[in-house]
Design a protein around this ligand. Sequence first.
Ligand SMILES: Cc1cc2nc3c(=O)[nH]c(=O)nc-3n(C[C@H](O)[C@H](O)[C@H](O)COP(=O)(O)OP(=O)(O)OC[C@H]3O[C@@H](n4cnc5c(N)ncnc54)[C@H](O)[C@@H]3O)c2cc1C
Length: 289
Amino acid sequence: MKIKELFTKEKKVFSFEFFPPKTEKGEKNLFRAIRELQDLQPDFVSVTYGALGTTQDKSLEIVKHIQTDMGLNVMAHYTCIGATEEKVDAFLKSLETLRVENILALRGDSPQGMSVEEAFQNSPFRHAIDLVRYIKKKAPHFSIGVAGYPEGHIECTSKEKSLRHLKEKVDAGADCVVTQLFFNNEDFFSFRMHAEKIGICVPIIPGIMPIENFRQLEKITALCGSRIPRELRDYFNRTDISDDDKKKFGIEHTTAQCRELLSKDIPGLHFYTLNKSSATREIFEKLHG
Ligand SMILES: Cc1cc2nc3c(=O)[nH]c(=O)nc-3n(C[C@H](O)[C@H](O)[C@H](O)COP(=O)(O)OP(=O)(O)OC[C@H]3O[C@@H](n4cnc5c(N)ncnc54)[C@H](O)[C@@H]3O)c2cc1C
């Protein structure tokens, strides 16, 4: 089902994100996590795509398995950094063959040690908007999502500029925005208010990272630029609290974050599962309990 149709229903839209693992063990864990989350009946699941990376074919394989064999509604991520038109065409063709109707159109990041400019070489796609426009021209039947950044994009010098670029992606035909993870709901509410003010009218879905493994979270936020609030960092750095208690606290904290968002008229929630089921499942059940 097309994502844009999901938002025309009364119900909140819940989705789970997975990434293509690099090892056989990782793959087993991934499929176990998907099976364990499947009965929560997500409205869609999304599969990330390694920008200029080695897991690109794996991404399509996983999309195929989830959409065709497991019968889940998929949104496939695609990053255009360094891509040629032929490569994008081939990806879109593969999605059509698999009957995938949704795509998250992204620019992606350059690999470590390579500048964005180097990564762009020989590619007609400079920004995600170029991909959105291209898909609209070549395969307009896809429902398109794009990324948004409540705290501003890490490379962008101002939140206003970051929002203007988001508006351009929406004006080019994106049906929804999925946000980068964030921990301070005020960042999201302010982002949404300013987005609406400049005429972004499509659903904006908060991206939620369950707080389970704090060290891993620190690594992820260092890459994407999301801010971990001081009180959270202080709590997880305490040595007098057991790992079990920290885990419980993390789940309670994320649940409270989701509850507040849901109480303020958001269209749905997108969970970054990190290919694990337990924290997402627990939070989801608490929200629906
Ligand atoms: C929900 C979500 C899912 C993601 N999934 C993946 C994934 O599967 N694989 C992956 O590799 N990465 C993924 N990412 C990370 C993403 O690729 C990076 O954040 C990347 O740096 C930016 O991608 P974008 O699509 O937002 O790019 P863009 O929208 O192109 O923005 C990139 C930068 O360029 C600026 N910009 C945009 N348009 C213009 C313009 N016309 N002129 C000047 N500057 C401009 C923006 O302000 C921003 O600073 C995801 C991010 C999110 C939020």
